[in-house]
Design a protein around this ligand. Structure first.
Ligand code: PLP
Length: 390
């Protein structure tokens, strides 16, 4: 049966062109890029091409990019570096809706004696910028605020946020894992000091990421070892994945307009179709400032997990909460922070599209979802009332 894959914020398909680029580095071109010989040297040169491709996607300079093992490592590295580079400063500012790669890192750091401000969001998932400004003190080592949220798709106003951080002279890091490749990100236009990127969210393989470190930013390595990445990240490079990642960035840059037209159109059609056919469905998040590929919808009085299981019978892949927290029945920390009622949080489903999503995929979900929701509502006494009211 054909898979209808609408879980692209969890991970994406490796693009054919990316896989083609990677293959030689699993067979004939297996040299170590740090070796002196020509055989290793050609691999080194190809890694430098990948660095240029990653840099090109965000309008950075190649030497401002280091390769890491994933978005999580990039996030941890950025915050740790900011703390280690200014050891006298003991305060971090972040938000309550970050991915666990930032949130749990900050909670761990807080247990080690650092002070962390977790900024709240409103019911649309938006930050209060005055609160951000007021929370910055002379002791603040770094402000780390995500570019776009993985669950709701809400895009934070980075222009204003970076301006506030800069006006106070505080380094600014952003988790760009969900934003880069989906919306234009330009590190020359915005004063971002560090930005995290992950390969597997943009049609490269899993286990590769990058951290942009603006020229002149104080940096302390997190993974300490050999002289790789000019001493900024030890460890023999994940060569094939890095080379594929470079290609994926080049493709993502070419597809940015498509992402913001055709993919957005498909997302909007899916969303409107579900709102029209499923009683008591509501969108979570700021509908005017969202990633073009993401919709997070609550179906009141229905269990999101039950919806996913029923969709799974038709090979439709979606997600309730973020992939990293599924498996636990903890309600999503993002939706909780937005004050979404518990009955709606438990009935929330995230659909995330990609440039490979087709009209047929959307038709299939629009056909299958209404009967699934009706059926599941029949099982809930409150759900039956919702149906009758409509
Ligand atoms: N940050 C965000 C916003 C994410 O969505 C994810 C993954 O879901 C990560 C960080 C972690 O990236 P990785 O899976 O590459 O470690």
């Amino acid at each position: 049966m054909r898979v209808v894959y609408l879980d692209n914020n969890a991970t994406t398909m490796v693009a054919d062109e990316v896989r083609e680029e990677m293959l030689p580095y699993f067979s004939t071109l297996y040299g170590n890029p740090s070796s002196m010989h020509t055989f290793g040297g050609q691999v080194h040169r190809k890694i430098e091409v990948a660095r240029e491709q990653v840099a090109w996607l965000i309008n950075a300079e190649p030497e401002e990019i280091i390769f890491t093992s994933c978005g999580t490592e990039s996030d941890n590295t950025a915050i740790m570096s900011a703390l280690m580079s200014r050891p006298e400063k003991r305060h971090i500012i972040t938000t309550r809706v970050e991915h666990p790669a930032v949130l749990n890192f900050c909670k761990t750091i807080a247990r080690r004696g650092y002070r962390v401000t977790f900024l709240p969001v409103d019911k649309h998932g938006r930050l209060n910028l005055e609160e951000l400004e007021a929370s910055i003190t002379d002791d603040t080592a770094v402000v780390s605020i995500m570019y776009a949220n993985n669950e709701s798709g809400v895009i934070f106003p980075l222009e204003e946020i970076t301006a506030i951080a800069k006006s106070k002279g505080v380094p600014f890091h952003t988790d760009g894992v969900q934003a880069v490749g989906k919306i234009p990100v330009d590190v020359k236009r915005l004063p971002i000091d560090m930005i995290s990127i992950s390969g597997h969210k943009i049609h490269a393989s899993k286990g590769v990421g990058a951290l942009f470190i603006k020229k002149g930013t104080r940096f302390t390595p997190y993974i300490i070892g050999g002289h790789q990445e000019k001493g900024r990240r030890g460890g023999t490079e994940n060569v094939a994945s890095i080379i594929g990642f470079g290609k994926a960035c080049e493709l993502a840059k070419h597809h940015l307009p498509f992402e913001n037209t055709k993919v957005k159109e498909l997302r909007d059609r899916l969303e409107q179709g579900l709102l029209d056919t499923c009683p008591s469905a509501r969108i979570n998040g700021d509908i005017d400032n969202r990633l073009p590929n993401t919709t997070n919808i609550s179906f009141e009085y229905v269990e999101g997990e039950a919806i996913l299981l029923r969709l799974n019978e038709y090979n439709i892949c979606a997600s309730s909460g973020s992939a990293c927290t599924s498996g636990s029945l903890e309600p999503s920390h993002v939706l909780r922070s937005m004050g979404v009622p518990f009955t709606s949080i438990h009935g929330s489903v995230r659909f995330s599209l990609s440039r490979y999503t087709t009209d047929e995929d959307i038709d299939c979900v629009l056909e299958k979802m209404p009967p699934i929701i009706n059926e599941l509502r029949e099982l809930s006494p409150y759900g039956r009332e919702v149906k009758e009211v409509k």
